[in-house]
Design a protein around this ligand. Sequence first.
Ligand SMILES: Cc1cc2nc3c(=O)[nH]c(=O)nc-3n(C[C@H](O)[C@H](O)[C@H](O)COP(=O)(O)OP(=O)(O)OC[C@H]3O[C@@H](n4cnc5c(N)ncnc54)[C@H](O)[C@@H]3O)c2cc1C
Length: 426
Amino acid sequence: MNQHDTDIIIAGGGLAGATLALALARTLPQLRVTVVEAFPLSPEALPDSYQPSYDARSTALAWGSRLIFEELGLWSRLSEHATPIRHIHVSDRGHFGATRLNAADHQQEALGYVADNRWMGLCLMRELLQTDVVWEAPAEVTAMQPLPEGVRVTLGADNGERELTAQCLVVADGGRSGLRETLGFRINEQAYDQHALIANVSTSDSHGFTAFERFTDAGPMALLPHGSPIRAGTTAALVWTLSSGALEELLSLSDEDKCQRLQQRFGWRLGRFTHIGECSHYPLTLKTVDEAVRPGVVLVGNAAHTLHPVAGQGFNLALRGLMALVEQFRVAVEQQQPLGSLGVLNAYQIRHRRDWQQTVRFSDSLIQLFGNHLPLVTTARDAGLMGLDLLPGAKRWFARQAMGLGGRRAELRTPDNAFPERNDHE
Ligand SMILES: Cc1cc2nc3c(=O)[nH]c(=O)nc-3n(C[C@H](O)[C@H](O)[C@H](O)COP(=O)(O)OP(=O)(O)OC[C@H]3O[C@@H](n4cnc5c(N)ncnc54)[C@H](O)[C@@H]3O)c2cc1C
């Protein structure tokens, strides 16, 4: 095993790559892990303090993701700035159907949480500082060549190129993954002909820790509770899907007019929209690969699947996949198998495939069903939303999907490598 320069190279130190590095350091400390990140940020160059920003971008973390972060010893730090989602309200604009999910009905304190991406990145980096993970940044993985029992990876940096060999290359370079294409993975792409507009908004009424998912004839929108984890505030994180024409028109409006437009679309459940922050936008495409593994290489995170953000499933699915991969690596180490062998990587893919397919279907079907304007379909979905409210079994299934508890849970630990939640930052 030791003829390589390192054991695992992770290409991309975004949320997926950094979480995988931490999970490996916690679970399999005997493995040497190198993260190669194109952006010039490293655990050694971290800001001293975190100042929440109104314009920060955030991610909805399902309850199941909290359990994973607890297992990685990260949750106590992350929770300092994670706003709980205690209720989810799903409705269809102009139609009578609606459903409500409540954490208390599932004997949990929250269905999920909303955390700023920058805060999650900072927490991960601070933990990584205390591990032996090697962080190469700014540097890019530019090429990969298979070896009989591993891979040779080319790293490009300002000071030139160099090569590293490893047992396995994990590609975590995001939704626009250049490496996925370079390595010839086949991608299935389905454009939604929509864009997601992302911004934080202020409202006259408190969010009461409720996440709203609202389907409108012009596309779905989500408003997630944002701000203090303890006191229900009046800031919400908006994800609003729009056609390109509608997006262009909206961006040309003043902030006041944008708030008014939002009011018309969303209604008054949060009172009046009083302020909208910096707007960013992304074209929406469902991107998946049929096969995420090759000898010596595995795709994870957005490089393996990019979902519609309105259902808030992308990173949550990625996290579960990362844990399944770590679990498989643990088994491979126990059985002294090379980490990049096709047998090991295929076994990972089989472990994760059902969850992956189910989450992609769940997320995509919400968009397809609610994007349809045919009267029969709208009647059926209103009945569906009411049915969800009336049928405890169906509602429980829906809630488990939303909470990220639909799939199996990876076993990261063996009885002799349990690691406790760390509180050393307190
Ligand atoms: C608008 C929007 C809202 C979302 N909301 C949610 C949500 O509420 N809940 C949820 O679960 N998910 C959500 N997601 C999905 C979530 O943001 C992603 O799943 C998550 O960020 C994981 O990304 P990643 O680490 O795979 O990729 P990225 O975050 O894109 O990171 C990739 C990293 O790789 C680096 N890189 C690129 N190329 C190379 C290379 N060749 N070599 C080395 N490094 C490289 C980049 O610099 C970057 O740091 C949302 C996504 C979008 C677009």
